[in-house]
Each structure stands twice: as C-alpha cells, then as structure tokens.
Design a protein around this ligand. Structure first.
Ligand code: AMP
Length: 395
C-alpha cells in the first residue's frame, strides 16, 4: 500500500511517498517559498531521479498539483495513476483535547482542526489547507490526520494542568498539550525496541530549530517541556523557552511593548539568535571555538537547561534507562551532546567521547560501556511515523 505523507506548513509543503508495510521510501520532496515568484520544488526518487525547479507557485493547491504531476510524469514519476495512492497521511499540529489518536478525516474532523486553529494559528490553517487540496486531488484515497499533540494525551493531570483557576482548564482548555509528538513517539519506540525492555524509562531530547524534551514511561509520554504553546521549555533557535512571565509584564508596563511585540520578541528574536546573533548552531559552535564569549555562554545555557529537565524527568519517573538525542542538532552536534552529558555521572549518564565523535547517520549507542544509562542517537523520521500510524489505522 502506497501512503503519501503531507506536511503542509505556512509557505511550504513537504511530502514523502512510502510503501507500507515495507517502509520503502519511493520518493520525497519539498515545495518552499509558496506565494513567491521564485518558489522552489525539490524532488527525488529511490531510483535516483532528482529534480529541482524554481517557478512561481501561488498557493498550496498549486504546489500540491505540481507534486502530483511529478508523481505521474512518464519519465520522472513513480506511479501510473492516482489510485496507486491508497492513503494520504497529513501532519496536523494541534488536535486539542479531542484527538488522542490518529483518525480518518471526516467533515467533523475538519471542523475540529479549524477550531483548534485558535491554539495553533501558525500551523493548523495550513495543515487544513493541505487536507482540502489533497481531498480534491485524491478523491478515492483515504485521508488520515496524525496529530503532533496526540502522543502527549497520556501526560497525567498533575503534570498537564497549570496552577491557575480551574475554569481556565475546564472551560477554555488552558493546559499542556505538547508538541513534536510524532518525533518523540518514533524515537522512543525505536529505543524501547533496541533496549528490549518490557518496562522502560526514557528521556527523548528533540533538538532542532524547535527543541523539546519528553519523559516517556513504558512507551507513554508522562511529561514534556512544551506546553499550551510551543514556546516554553528548552532554549531554541529563536524562542526563549522557559521565562518568568513577570518579564512579559515588565516589557508591556515599563518598556511600552504591545502584546504582539512581546510575542515576536520571545518567539522570533530570542533563544540562540537573541543570545548570539546566529540561529544555526553550526555557526554558533564555530564562533565559540574561535573564542566568542557570547556563543560559549549561549551553548552552556542551552545545555544547562536540558540538564535541568533531565534531572526533573528522572525524578518524575523515579529512574532512567536511556536518553535519546534526535533531530538536526541532537543527531549531528557532537559538541551539544558532550555539553549535555557532562557532569551527569550522579544520574549514571556517562558518554563515550570517541563514540560521540562518530559521523554515522544511523541509530547508535554512544555511552561508555559502564554507563548505567544508555545514551542513544536516533535519527527521527516523522513522515515514516505518520505513514506507520496511517497504515495501522486503515489496514
Ligand atoms: P531540524 O529542525 O531538525 O531540521 O534542525 C535544524 C537545525 O539543526 C539547524 O538549525 C542547525 O542548527 C542544526 N544542525 C544541522 N546540522 C548540524 C551539525 N552538523 N552540527 C550542528 N548543528 C546542526
């Protein structure tokens, strides 16, 4: 069964065509800069066809139509007709309180995704647009929604509620929802399979442009660093992560910021960018190595925040079997892994420096032989997780 996975963002559409249950990646691609005269379409297939086009792509529907044309192209394509795609799996960021599982998309589900746009205004509207376009382009395929928030439905109330009057939780849905759920679910399941444990306590550390950390007990999320929004928790590329809300009122009442300006400051101009002037960790590491004190301190702050979360999740689970590094930084930054694992021997976390230096791109163990806790690097694959969940649902 061929499953087309679509991740529709604000100005981009990512896609992968995956054969299930073999998990073979047939082709993948990305349309970027939608709405611009120089939108970019990248496409490659497992047989080695690679294609890049720069063109005016006005809308998501035009982008998706171009993708479908490529899939059907007699030379570059991978299918003979659209009906070879049985299922379209959509990444949907916010499933609110309602969706704890992957679900077939019905008119009611679309209505709910639209309603949850209030909770994820930068994502859900574009995710929904992807669904509407895919329904037109693939009228015979089943449309499935996989929610980023769903994995975190198992977080217990004591960790999920904020200590504000109950009506905000009960009436208005103010609570921890959590994000990056498909990634945390994918890598923690891989870790559990690798460790061969019946009961397990794992901390999954997703470090990319967005960063989050999840305590996963027996395969279920029990605590997580992001919350009602994807703002709190770890220090990210441009997001501050945890911050005293007193700062927000100081900015508004004393420095004359509007609510929108505060939001912009904390989500787009803060984090590693605000601390160093750079967003990409590779640049920050290079600067730190040259002696730039701001970059050195920012890296130390970033690692320290992660260490504090590890400590609190060890307490939350009363133990730890493994920590998992994933996503762009987690999979590639030896320096960040080294900083995070430094001086953590009290927790039984002991890195093997030589193994950490490996440039391998596959799942690997990088702890010292005597380390009580396994340290794993597991490449995330959110698209494959979406395809797996969609396949399980429809088969
Ligand atoms: P993601 O959001 O998972 O695609 O991660 C993107 C981030 O990964 C980029 O902003 C980079 O900072 C980081 N990254 C990618 N490759 C490396 C690398 N080799 N070393 C350090 N950081 C990297």
């Amino acid at each position: 069964m061929n499953i087309l996975v679509i991740n529709s963002g604000s100005s981009s559409v990512k896609f992968q065509l995956i054969e299930m249950p073999s998990e073979v990646l047939i082709c993948s691609g990305l349309v970027e800069r939608i709405g611009h005269a120089d939108a970019i379409l990248n496409y490659k297939t497992r047989s080695g066809v690679a294609f890049r086009q720069i063109d005016h792509i006005e809308s998501h529907s035009e982008g998706l139509r171009k993708i479908v044309e490529l899939l059907l192209d007699p030379e570059k394509g991978v299918i003979a007709n659209k009906d070879e795609i049985a299922v379209v799996g959509h990444r949907v960021v916010h499933g609110g309180k309602l969706f704890s599982e992957t679900i077939l998309i019905t008119p009611e589900v679309k209505q709910n995704i639209a309603e949850y746009s209030a909770l994820a205004p930068l994502h859900n509207p574009h995710n929904l647009e992807g669904v509407l376009v895919a329904e037109k382009l693939f009228p015979n395929a089943k449309q499935v929604a996989v929610f980023d928030t769903a994995f975190h439905h198992t977080i217990p109330e004591k960790a999920k509620k904020y200590a504000i009057p109950n009506e905000f939780y009960e009436k208005h849905g103010v609570q921890v929802y959590g994000f990056h759920g498909t990634s945390h679910q994918y890598v923690s399941a891989k870790a559990i399979e690798y460790l061969g444990l019946k009961t397990s306590k794992i901390i999954s550390i997703h470090l990319g442009n967005g960063c989050s950390i999840t305590a996963v007990m027996d395969g279920k999320s029990v605590d997580h660093s992001m919350g009602f929004s994807p703002s709190p928790g770890l220090i990210m590329g441009t997001r501050a992560g945890d911050i005293d809300h007193g700062v927000i009122f100081f900015l508004i009442n004393n420095l004359g910021y509007s609510a929108d300006e505060v939001n912009n400051l904390l989500t787009r101009q803060s984090g590693m960018l605000g601390l160093t002037g750079h967003m990409d960790l590779r640049d920050i590491q290079a600067e730190a190595e040259k002696g730039n004190a701001h970059c050195q301190l920012a890296l130390a702050m970033n690692a320290y925040r992660i260490q504090k979360y590890i400590g609190s999740y060890v307490a939350a689970m009363n133990g730890l079997d493994a920590i998992v590094f994933t996503a762009g930084i987690g999979e590639n930054s030896k320096m960040m892994r080294r900083l995070v694992c430094a001086d953590m021997d009290f927790f039984g976390i002991d890195l093997d420096d030589d193994k950490n230096e490996s440039d391998s791109k596959v799942m690997r163990e990088i702890n010292a032989a005597a380390s009580k806790v396994k340290i794993l690097v597991i490449p995330t694959n959110e698209e494959l997780e979406i395809a797996k969940q969609a396949f399980e649902l429809v088969r």
